[in-house]
Design a protein around this ligand. Sequence first.
Ligand code: ADP
Length: 402
Amino acid sequence: MKHDLNILQQRWAMALQSAGFGVWDLDPRVGQVHYSPQWKAMLGYASSDEADSTETWRARVHPDDLQAMVEALSDHLEGRSEAYEREFRLRAADGSYRWVLSRGRVVERDTEAVALRMVGTLTDMTDRRNAEALRAERDRAEAASRAKTEFLSRMSHELRTPLNAVLGFAQLLSVRIGSTDIEQQRSYVGSIEKAGWHLLTMINDVLDLSRLESGDLQLQTRPLELVPLLRSVIERMEPVAQDRGVEIRWAAPSPDATVLADPERLTQVFTNLLGNAIKYNREGGAATLAIARRPGAWKISVDDTGIGIPAAQIPHLFEPFNRLGQARPAVDGVGIGLVLSRLLLDRMGGRMRVRSTEGVGSSFEVILPAGKPGDIAHRPSGSGARTGQGARPRPGKSGRGT
Ligand code: ADP
């Protein structure tokens, strides 16, 4: 009988060993664990069969994984779970951490259901984990490369349209040169100029986008007053709004609002948002700017009573060159403004939220960290943001070429 039991035990040990399992055997009452030679070999420890304290076991578990492992173990020991199973990192003899899968069960309890003995296995998952991480990294790189290719092909397509316009109208003009039809010639020149502005905007935006991605775009983030900056954006956009029969409304102009931001880039963001609220509006509609205090931040909303955005299109709002599939020859644009605005806000520690109802209107909310008012250097009253790249003329946003 004893002989049979020994053979059985040896068979189990062989089976576990050849399957790559290490075995542990825990006596929870005294807090001691025995490890099989395979368990020790897996982690590079010497193969003597001395019991270790559970303290030593715990000390080998990665600190970030310890709590979850101990909780899972206690749950099972105290009868709250059917079995114990946990993946975590264990420190090997050479000091490196290895990912292991530990599985076990209580095999003996006393009459009060107190666990007397628990036996389990350990499997080394490091290679599988590394292979998974490599695969995930490769998938990420492939997705990024696909996105770049798609971006380049969209950009080439978008560049071709205004370039064709420049060439086409230039050809028409060259045929008409010397004719007496000055009005016609003026209209051709106007179309060439409009296409030129469109190209310049697109190239500037693409350059900004690539500099933002490569980290080459330097932002001068500092505490600044919101109201003068927003006022200067409104002033600049007023003629475009009047052209389109849209009223700009300015609600709650909290004079004390200060944020941490780069003035030129923030001007660029709000020029784009207010420009969109005007462009994608309707005759007689309104574009409303409002400021509200949030804990440690300011919320600036740009609402419109325009065409709105279909719910299915919202996830595509921040894709470069995606004008949401609506052919709008009457509305000039490139389809990069929102992507740029979101990236710029991100770099300034802010964020953007969008809500929209098709046919009713859209609301773009910007949250920016509050700046300390005392930090603001004295500036002559009424001065808005510096004009620079952020304030560069944009067709359709500055009124030019729309
Ligand atoms: P652009 O205005 O140059 O096309 P944007 O990146 O600013 O590019 O906006 C992307 C698209 O999102 C626009 O083409 C338009 O379809 C949609 N959109 C942006 N703002 C609004 C808005 N306020 N109302 C409705 N649609 C909008």
